[in-house]
Design a protein around this ligand. Structure first.
Ligand code: SF4
Length: 353
């Protein structure tokens, strides 16, 4: 079924010309290689451009190519990613790099269908790498592109439906100019990021394709795109422990599977418990608290759940073998990757609060 009408025949040329004049200078737009495009695209999933920039520079300085990433130390890899969240992304990057080295002589394949067989590479990332790095016509359809396309064609189909997304990919393939694949692909990203903003924030007066846009003509842009409501996130309560002895804090390693797999964390239990219960719990971990302080609450939002955290800072002594490591402030900053779920308490521990 066709959900999107094909945009006006001048649309693609107008977008390419606008992009060439107005594209922002971004680090991954210089010295374009498949590796660099891929790294930037994975980082940009769920993260803003400005937040990604320092991570991108640091990551490339540490892992300049697919070979160095393929043999990366896991602890260092997690540390490089600390704060970006969704750590599965970086674990898949290493697996993907290993496959590219082992099966493709270190060269990312050009074909989107082959790219999609690699770990962590879906239809969007495959399209972006193929189109931007190799100039291979391929659709790279993310939320920004869907919004632009839905508005250009005044389409009110639900963009969370797979069939609608597939039709968007088909429509992009119909209009992608074969002599400007990379510029066209990035022009859609750029338009969605800078001009065709969500809700009622679209800057139609500055839009290079306003003359061809059906949503502008029909004054429907603020209503588009249509997507079904997401299910409500599950709320979980946690009590977090900062157990300190001589300026060193206990860190636990999370299980190898599940949420935040394999990362370090402050010890914690499910539920909100009171101070007396917290002292009993600390003793179970082999820690004898001498002084207990209640810390501010914090909330961390994941895609499908929220952690509502309370915490105790306890000074005392470790009396038994540790289930974990003791880390000082420098080690928490430089060695152990603590996910951003614990950022509020890490700041307190590191004296940054
Ligand atoms: S005219 Fe407005 S709604 Fe249409 S594509 Fe441009 S910014 Fe988006």
């Amino acid at each position: 079924m066709d959900y999107f009408t094909v945009p006006h025949e001048n649309t693609a040329a107008a977008l390419v010309a606008w992009y060439r004049e107005n594209a922002r200078e971004l680090p991954w737009r210089k010295d374009v290689t498949p590796y660099r495009v891929w790294v930037s695209e994975i980082m940009l999933q769920q993260t803003r451009v400005e937040a990604v920039k320092p991570y991108y520079h640091r990551f490339l300085a540490t892992f300049p190519d697919v070979f160095s990433l393929a043999c990366a130390d896991d602890e260092l890899l997690h540390k490089m990613w600390e704060g970006l969240g969704y750590y599965n992304r970086v674990r898949n990057m290493k697996k993907c790099a290993q496959r590219v080295v082992a099966e493709f002589d270190g060269q990312f394949p050009k074909e989107p269908a082959v790219l999609q067989t690699l770990p962590g590479i879906g239809s969007y990332t495959a399209g972006a790498v193929a189109a931007i790095a190799y100039g291979v016509p391929a659709p790279a359809v993310d939320g920004n592109v869907l919004r632009v396309l839905a508005r250009l064609t005044d389409c009110n189909a639900d963009i969370s439906q797979t069939a609608v997304r597939k039709d968007a990919e088909k429509t992009i393939m119909q209009i992608i100019p074969r002599d400007a694949v990379s510029a066209f692909t990035q022009s859609l990203f750029e338009l969605g990021a800078m001009i065709c903003l969500p809700g009622s924030d679209a800057k139609c007066d500055r839009c290079p394709v306003a003359a061809y846009c059906l949503a502008k003509k029909n004054t429907t842009s603020a209503l588009l795109p249509v997507h079904s409501a997401k299910p409500e996130r599950k709320k979980e309560q946690k009590t977090v422990f900062l157990l300190r002895e001589d300026g060193m804090y206990l860190l636990h390693k999370r299980p190898d599977k599940g949420l935040l797999a394999g990362l370090w964390e402050f010890p914690n239990v499910n539920g909100h418990i009171d101070e007396a219960q917290a002292i009993v719990q600390a003793r179970k971990w082999g820690f004898d608290p001498l002084r207990v302080q209640s810390l501010p609450t914090a909330v961390h939002i994941f895609t499908h759940k929220e952690w509502h955290m309370q915490a105790f800072l306890m000074d005392g002594n470790f009396t038994a073998a540790l289930n974990g490591v003791k880390a000082d402030v420098r080690e928490m900053k430089e060695v152990y990757a603590l996910p951003s779920a614990f950022a509020a308490y890490r700041s307190i521990a590191c004296g940054e609060d």
